[in-house]
Design a binder for this molecule. Structure first.
Ligand code: SAH
Length: 504
């Protein structure tokens, strides 16, 4: 084998929730030269891929032809022989109804090195998210994973494609994958072979994904119930007494924001913090990064301010971004937090103070309300006459603070560390946003940018939640009604206000 031979990793991407991908799968996605993937992989799974990685979709849209299996296998072999690191990424586990076994055989036969990275299979994860333990000491001493995809050739020949007598006799839980279409037949045959018609059953649609749904009924009624609920793939069916345990231990649907869709508009990094918190409470966040932070660290003002950083009596920071970028600019000149040892530090609000704390610094001044006016008021308490003061902020900041600082006699340097620039969202994201329950605003610029992104109109039924009075002001000015305003003007406060509103 030549040294140039690559390798194929057969990798499971888990059942759909990106949080259920393994550490190993993410490492390999980052390292891959080529990623050959299916349809049922988490939406975010390819995001960490290298920009120059080759991404090949070989999945099948329902009702259309897919890339033939032997062509997929050839592709894996070809790319590996070119010396590439190839990741074959599949939903769930690669060896559970994923044809991973066939691909491993083809690779072994071709003498191509490969490794298998298991994933969390939907048959365990979707029931777990629905509050159904697939085994239980009291009523399921085993679990069988069964394909519900009926072989058309066998069906045509009048043969059953599953061993129903054996399945009916199985002493434990039955989990059927791919069985939405065949569910009436499966249930009927299991009952005919002796399974109790009243045995609890559940169908779980889009398990672990936003909008997961579960339908429960006795085995005799489950197919009719699933069809009434218009259950669509991907879905799986659980048959067994464990399905009834859901009544007691369902947890997903009981989270306070379950099923609530929330538009999150903010620069990407911070949006993810808000989204993460909302998702943890059960909400389905729709990220519209309508604005993006563009650092401006290469300007003469920034360079000068950082060179003279030790001389300031007071450093005012007006956002978490300003804090992080100031430290980045300082690091560029070989400086760290110690360069701020002699200065007082003023933060505009708790989020900014928290960003300072990340660098081991406590804010000396933190106004009660997170608005420039409030900080200006707090500054009156200290003697700034003739003292050098640095105000680090965004390019498009308001003039309230600079005016106040100058009025107090400070020798003021105002330095713009970044600009917030609009970003164009994907059409699908815009579509989802239009049906949202809530829209969140975390600054005046998010109001303007979201309106631009959505063509001047917000989702018709959505309630509008704002982080504080200045942002609310910007929303009102834009002709919007604000339904929810945070009392604490940071991400935590916004989430709390939204929770209270949703509960009321
Ligand atoms: N290798 C995958 C299964 C592939 S077969 C795994 O280990 O999970 C595809 C079938 O898996 C679907 O038809 C459906 O029955 C099931 N499935 C996959 N993802 C699912 C999900 N998020 N919720 C419910 N069922 C899912």
């Amino acid at each position: 084998m030549s040294a140039a031979t690559g390798i194929v990793y057969l990798v499971g991407a888990g059942p759909g929730d990106p949080g259920l991908m393994t550490v190993r799968s993410l490492e390999l996605i980052v390292a891959a030269d080529v990623i050959v993937h299916d349809r049922l992989i988490p939406a975010e799974a390819l995001a960490p891929a290298r920009p120059d990685a080759e991404l090949l979709y070989v999945g099948k849209e329902p009702g259309t032809a897919s890339v033939p299996q032997n062509r997929i296998e050839e592709l894996l072999i070809e790319r590996a022989r070119e010396g590439k690191i190839v990741v074959r990424l599949k939903g769930g586990d690669p060896f559970v109804f994923g044809r991973g076994g066939e691909e491993a055989e083809a690779l072994a036969a071709a003498g191509v090195p490969f490794e298998v990275v298991p994933g969390i299979t939907a048959g365990v994860a979707a029931p777990a998210f629905a509050g159904i333990p697939v085994t239980h000491r009291d009523d399921a001493s085993g679990v069988a994973f069964v394909t519900g995809h009926l072989d058309p050739a066998k069906a045509a020949a009048g043969e059953a494609s599953l061993d129903y007598p054996a399945l009916a006799a199985f002493p434990g839980t039955l989990v059927f994958y791919m069985g939405v279409k065949a569910l009436p037949q499966i249930a009927e045959r299991l009952i005919a072979e002796g399974r109790d018609p009243a045995e609890p059953a559940a169908v779980i649609e889009r398990g672990t994904l936003p909008g997961q749904r579960t339908v429960t009924a006795g085995l005799a009624e489950i197919a009719a119930e699933a069809s009434r609920a218009e259950i669509k793939p991907p879905a799986l069916t659980v048959v067994g007494p464990v399905a009834a345990r859901r009544e007691q231990i369902a947890w997903l649907e009981r989270r306070p924001l379950h099923g609530v869709t929330v538009v999150v508009t903010r620069a990407r990094a911070q949006a993810s913090e808000l989204s993460r918190r909302l998702a943890a409470l059960g909400a389905d966040p729709i990220e519209l990064p309508a604005i993006r932070i563009e650092p401006r660290l290469e300007t003469p003002e920034v360079r000068q301010a950082v060179e003279g950083i030790r001389s300031y009596a007071l450093v005012c920071l007006t956002s978490a971004n300003a804090v992080r970028l100031l430290f980045e600019a300082m690091a560029g000149q070989g400086l760290d937090a110690r360069a701020l040892a002699g200065a007082q530090l003023a933060a505009i609000g708790p989020g900014t103070a928290a960003a300072l704390a990340e660098f081991g610094l406590l804010a000396d001044l933190l106004p009660e309300r997170m608005v420039a006016e409030s900080l200006a008021e707090a500054l009156e308490e200290i003697d700034l006459k003739g003292k050098p003061v640095l105000l680090a902020r965004a390019a498009e900041g308001r003039e309230v603070l600079p005016d106040a600082l100058r009025r107090l006699g400070a020798e003021l340097d105002v330095v713009a560390l970044y600009e917030t620039v609009p970003e164009t969202p994907e059409p699908e994201t815009i579509e989802r946003a239009r049906a949202a329950d809530y829209v969140t605003f975390t600054s005046g610029s998010t109001v303007r940018n979201l309106l631009d992104a959505l063509g001047g109109e917000l989702p018709p039924g959505a309630r509008i939640a704002s982080i504080g009075p200045v942002t609310s002001g910007a929303a009102l000015e834009a002709g919007l009604e604000v339904h929810v305003e945070a009392t604490q003007h940071d991400i935590g406060g916004l989430v709390e206000a939204l929770l209270a509103d949703a509960a009321g």
